[in-house]
Design a protein around this ligand. Structure first.
Ligand code: C2E
Ligand code: CA
Length: 573
């Protein structure tokens, strides 16, 4: 049998060594190799640093007690199980040595071959189980790199060193882009293989002193120690990105993923684990907003921005509760007659200090937080009620156009909610037009298309906002129940100055007509623009030249005039 178990005996007595060797021989048939350490001069250190499966330690050794020796062994990083041997064992001693990290004890004089064998085996097995458990608790099973718990430990430890000025510290937070698609498209095994390969690449591009951890599905953290210069950190970040986004071969597939990396450098980005992690995450989120794979360093400005957003968010919540929102209306005018054919409802926040505030300042927060769902319902209801009020007062504005955000389609049952609002408010569904942005429609074709069909059963019409800024597929445009295309104001603003934009607008109008759609030009500010649009056969116009968005009272007044936009205004050249 091969020598399988290496035992170290720490004892002064040669007799004891010989006795143990003899006992081992009886049971082990050569399966044990016993080494003996009996000197102090470097012997103990050397012995402890060697690889042994188990250490048998005499309780009294050169004037030191077993408990001190145990602590010394553990402090030196010795991980082998240690069995203490003493002439007698009293309860106090027993507790003391177990607390100091002993696996078991043997009482000299009572040791026979079987007991020795059993003690040695058990101690080794117990230690192995202990190590395995600790590994399971601290390492990610899939990738074998540290998990969140161990990473946190290491980060705390690194922070202590950094605090004492002994080391610089950088935390990188990494998230894969497109992992979900791989998982959903090729199955979980492929997803697992991708994560494993990614972890391996990360480990390969890190130095020994750095550590890689997996802290979530497709999220990793990297801890860099001793890298101070921003240039060096950026260089490492580039290396990491390059490594991660290289194509992966998973089974028979070639798989590509992107990667976003947020970087938090101690102490600029925080002095404790919590803030470093939070800020690296924040920077990662910024990196995600960029095109393709990118890395971003955390900056104080980001924090200020986040605080600003949080404050805005809570102010908006309050505004919703306090009824601080209101709708303004901007007329849509038919070019041929000067008639108001519809009103676009435009949201305003009647801010207690700042007065009417345009949506640009807050709409993205309203959308990102999901508040748009509740607010969106309010907008639809208010729009319908205002329309009824105008009709009751004998003013017919045609329809009300209501802007819909994409998020409103995703959350809750939009169609059922619209139906119930229309019913409650007793509004004519055919007097509602929903405006949807071109990109939102094109990027979510299937889902949007289903909703549009259901909403059009309620009588509603649709227009495509920001037309020309996205990439509309004309085939789809033809298939959707969209009545009107709204040419984005960026094009209209330039038609009198820029030949290309003029040609483009002209082409868009004739294209829309060939698809049987009406065209509205948005952002008409000058009579010259109006004249050109008339020449191009544009159907409707909307813009400051005709009217700014107005509150309901002013709109009511405007509609009171027979032809608010007289032929003279419209024909003015
Ligand atoms: P939009 O749908 O493109 O609305 C037109 C915007 O252009 C309005 O800005 C309007 O005041 C402005 N505008 C109209 N004529 C002119 C002009 O001649 N010159 C210039 N420079 N601008 C003109 P507003 O009201 O600030 O709205 C901005 C955006 O906010 C809207 O763009 C829309 O995307 C969003 N929004 C407004 N109200 C709502 C709403 O109720 N719900 C949702 N989801 N979004 C809304
Ligand atoms: Ca609009």
């Amino acid at each position: 049998m091969d020598i399988s178990i290496k035992i170290l005996l720490i004892d002064e007595e040669q007799a004891e060594y010989l006795l143990l060797a003899q006992l081992l021989n009886q049971v082990g048939c050569g399966g044990y190799r016993l080494s003996w350490c009996n000197t102090l001069d470097g012997g103990l250190d050397k012995a402890l640093s060697g690889h042994f499966d188990i250490i048998l330690l005499d309780y009294y050794w050169r004037g030191t007690t077993g408990s001190d020796l145990l602590r010394c062994a553990r402090a030196k990083g010795c991980r082998a199980p240690i069995v203490v041997m003493s002439a007698e064992m009293v309860a106090e001693l027993d507790r003391d040595i177990i607390r100091a990290g002993a696996s078991d004890y043997l009482i000299k004089g009572q040791v026979d071959a079987q007991l020795l064998e059993r003690t040695v085996r058990y101690a080794i097995e117990r230690k192995a189980a202990e190590l395995k458990l600790s590994r399971l608790a601290h390492y990610d099973i899939l990738t074998n790199v540290p998990n969140r718990i161990l990473f946190r430990d290491r980060l705390e430890h690194a922070l202590q060193l950094a605090e004492r000025g002994q080391m610089s510290l950088t935390l990188m937070y990494l998230d894969l882009d497109g992992f979900k698609q791989v998982n959903d498209g090729y199955g979980h095994d492929a997803g697992d293989a991708l994560i494993r390969a990614c972890a391996q690449r990360l480990c390969e591009c890190m130095r020994k002193s750095d550590s890689v951890a997996r802290i979530g599905g497709d999220e990793f953290t990297l801890l860099l120690e001793g890298t101070e210069q921003t240039g060096d950190i950026a260089h490492i970040a580039e290396k990491v990105l390059e490594a991660v986004i290289r194509p992966y071969r998973i089974g028979s597939h070639q798989v590509l993923v992107g990667c976003s990396l947020g970087i938090a450098v101690y102490p600029v980005a925080g002095r404790d684990a919590e803030s470093l992690l939070k800020h690296a995450d924040l920077a990662m989120y910024q990196a995600k907003q960029r095109e393709g794979s990118a890395y971003v360093f955390y900056t104080e400005a980001m924090n200020i921005e986040v605080h600003r957003q949080l404050l805005l968010e809570s102010n908006l919540q309050r505004a919703l509760g306090n009824n601080e929102f209101c709708l303004y209306y901007q007329p849509r005018v038919e070019l041929s007659s000067g008639r108001v054919v519809g009103l676009e409802a435009l949201l305003r926040w009647m801010h207690p200090q700042r007065g009417p505030t345009a949506p640009e300042a807050f709409i993205s927060v309203v959308e990102d937080t999901g508040m748009i769902v509740a607010l969106g319902d309010w907008i639809i209801r208010q729009g319908c009620q205002d329309l009824n009020r105008l009709l009751e007062r004998g003013r017919d504005p045609g329809f009300v156009a209501i802007n819909l955000s994409l998020r409103q389609f995703f959350e809750g049952n939009l169609v059922a909610r619209v139906a119930s609002i229309i019913k409650q408010v007793e509004c004519d569904g055919s007097r509602i037009e929903f405006e949807l942005s071109e990109t939102a429609v094109m990027e979510n074709m299937e889902m949007v298309s289903l909703h549009l069909r259901a909403l059009s059963n309620l009588g509603a019409n649709f227009s495509l906002d920001d037309f020309g800024t996205g990439y509309s597929s004309f085939m789809y445009l033809q298939r959707l129940p969209i009545r009107t295309l709204k040419i984005d104001q960026r094009f209209i603003g330039n038609i009198t100055r820029d030949d290309d934009d003029r040609e483009l607008v002209k082409a868009m109008i004739s294209l829309a007509h060939s698809l049987n759609k009406q065209v509205v030009a948005v952002g008409v500010e000058t009579p010259e623009q109006l004249a050109l649009l008339r020449e191009f056969n544009c159907d409707q116009v909307q813009g400051f030249y005709l009217s700014h968005p107005l509150d309901l009272e002013s709109i009511c007044h405007l509609l009171n005039q027979d032809t608010p936009f007289s032929a003279a205004t419209i024909r003015h050249i």
